[in-house]
Design a protein around this ligand. Structure first.
Ligand SMILES: C[S@@+](CC[C@H](N)C(=O)[O-])C[C@H]1O[C@@H](n2cnc3c(N)ncnc32)[C@H](O)[C@@H]1O
Length: 288
């Protein structure tokens, strides 16, 4: 890996971010290195930037390229407010001084924490996602005071401050905020462009993302348009079966929608408070 430009290459995002690609840090750097040895990469556009980790690594591996980090979630604001977050966490740490680690926080301590957070909420800046990673059950995240105060607290707070420099992490990146389609349109015809494409997972919880939009199959399939005739690095999971679907479509080129002009009838099924789905019946008679 070419590490010329920076002293430190982050292999994980400096602050918690759901869906960050830290497990791919090594493989992604190798893929970039391989691509850039084959042809000149002039611009790298991280369309779904999230924590910016992939843009950050891209700048380290291909320092001569312009690297665009699409910060749709305003993650960089969280980074720039790290001093406030560290101060808030330090105060919470002292409230939790007698509370055992990884255990449910007692009611009195919880209300002291909430008073402190509410004060900060009124006067300063609260990074609820980092607070969630410090006080909520693993993988539970709140995005505002109400959501946060309704959760059970566990003492999962880090023993020391978050220690990083936002400027070092963001060094050399062009930080922008666009709907991915708009950003793609801006760069699609630029020579030497490489798109990094890591969309939200299909049908999973995206409540911590700025858009808070449940990504349906159609949204997910729309993203495929940015892969046509472009250089890309794309991320998905086997849960979406997307690669399998595309292979099947390729094998069945004459395929067209068999449900066209059919009538849809639905039945809602409730299994419990959290699990609901809709059964569907579709019917059609071809004209004689
Ligand atoms: C799987 S995450 C990307 C994670 C990122 N690669 C990382 O390593 O941190 C998907 C991101 O796409 C963002 N997103 C959702 N809708 C978007 C849209 N219409 N345009 C651009 N980004 C969007 C989400 O907010 C989220 O940050």
């Amino acid at each position: 890996m070419n590490l010329k430009m920076r002293k430190k290459v982050f292999k994980t995002a400096p602050l918690p971010f759901q869906g960050q690609k830290r497990r791919f840090a090594g493989g992604y750097a190798l893929a970039l290195s391989e691509l850039s040895s084959k042809q000149e990469i002039k611009v790298i556009v991280d369309l779904f930037g999230g924590s910016g980790l992939l843009a950050h690594i891209a700048k380290s591996v291909v320092p001569e390229a312009k690297v665009i980090y699409n910060d749709y979630d305003n993650y960089s604001q969280r980074l720039h407010n790290i001093d406030k977050t560290n101060r808030l966490l330090a105060d919470i740490r002292s409230i939790l001084i007698d509370e055992p680690k990884d255990v449910k926080v007692d009611g009195k301590a919880k209300s002291k924490i909430l008073d402190r957070v509410q004060l900060e909420d009124k006067q300063g800046y609260v990074d609820y996602i980092t607070l969630s990673a410090s006080l909520l059950f693993s993988a539970k995240y709140a995005v505002d005071f109400n959501g946060f105060s309704n959760e059970t607290f566990y003492n999962r707070i880090k023993a020391s401050d978050y220690d990083f420099s936002p400027n070092e992490y963001l060094a050399g990146l062009d930080v922008v905020c666009y709907h991915y389609q708009e950003l793609y349109n801006k760069y699609k015809d630029v020579p030497g462009v490489l798109f990094v494409v890591d969309p939200p997972y299909l049908s999973t919880d995206t409540s911590t993302y700025h858009s808070d939009k449940y990504w349906k199959l159609r949204d997910y399939l729309d993203v495929l348009n940015v892969l046509i005739d472009t250089n890309y690095i794309f991320f998905t999971s086997n849960k979406s079966s997307l690669v399998e679907l595309c292979e099947w479509l390729d094998d069945n080129k004459k395929f067209c929608n068999p449900f066209a002009r059919s009538v849809l009838n639905t039945q809602n099924v409730t299994l419990n408070k959290d699990a609901k789905y809709t059964d569907m019946m579709l019917y059609r008679f071809l004209k004689e």
